[in-house]
Design a protein around this ligand. Sequence first.
Ligand code: FAD
Length: 315
Amino acid sequence: MVFALLLARAGIAVTVLEKHGDFLRDFRGDTVHPSTLTLLDELGLGARFARLPQTRLTEIAFPFPDGGRVVVGDLTRLRTRHPYVAITPQWDFLDLLADAGADEPTFTLRMSTEVTGLLRENGRVAGVHYRAADGATGTVRADLTVACDGRGSPTRAQAGLHPVAAPVPIDAWWFRLSRRPGDETSLTPRAGDGRFAIVIPREGYHQIAWIDRKGADPALRARGVAAFRREVAAVVPGLADRVDELTTMDQVKHLDVRLDRLTRWHAPGLLCLGDAAHAMSPIGGVGINLAVQDAVAAARLLAHPLRRGPVTGAD
Ligand SMILES: Cc1cc2nc3c(=O)[nH]c(=O)nc-3n(C[C@H](O)[C@H](O)[C@H](O)COP(=O)(O)OP(=O)(O)OC[C@H]3O[C@@H](n4cnc5c(N)ncnc54)[C@H](O)[C@@H]3O)c2cc1C
């Protein structure tokens, strides 16, 4: 979406195809870092972003059992206009970008339109085949096709690009518990009994990342929700009074943590950006911010040559 917006503002015709009918997805990249906030200012979107629901995170602090705490990350020391991480639902952020795109005459967003394959001509990718929600199929031709289809990118695979994976010992599980007056307002990592939880304060609730061994999901679900409530209460005692809000393990979403990257991000006519080029660890919440930086870097390099037509590997 950011890449499309930047190209559209450079006068290039862009079509974004999104297979879902909306951007509503829970527990996705919600951490908007200072670098992205600065970009939004530069794009004239800062004021609109500031009106979105958000909590602003200025510090990361480890608590001690004796009640003390140590601040390991103090974002207020950053010399930038926005020295905080804005935690904003990803769908609101994407809707904002879609609205900004709609202001550009050369920007087209087609929701409920799934890419089903690559169109190839003369040894290069020349666009995509798609299927719309009503079953209608069609083709979009393009001087450049950009695979921004996430960490499982089917487009990347069809282009014969395969990421190199790094070993990852952990998985993450996401769930939420209510937030009450007087609760901790910093991002608070907590550890206990070989498990690790990161409590992220959100508007009206806490979002909790539960970190455990990779592959532990079946065992965790087999133990059941009552056992999980006990484990959460032990690791995060401050939330023990509300673990009953978890009534089924369906409220606990498993994230199969992956770390991988392409060694070459392009094939003739095709470029991969964001998670399609590099799936990031959830630790640090960098995923969307690096995807946005990919978009900025790519737009700066490619907007000018795209005005001429198809771009090459050299571009
Ligand atoms: C559970 C979870 C929690 C996360 N939490 C954070 C966080 O707190 N902070 C953070 O910075 N990052 C987080 N991330 C990572 C972050 O979501 C990604 O790094 C970021 O969204 C990458 O953006 P992207 O545009 O490359 O891919 P995505 O956001 O994955 O977007 C890909 C899009 O392509 C669409 N698509 C896929 N296939 C097709 C197709 N065939 N045709 C048309 N459309 C298609 C998908 O519907 C999707 O909308 C999280 C990821 C997950 C899975």
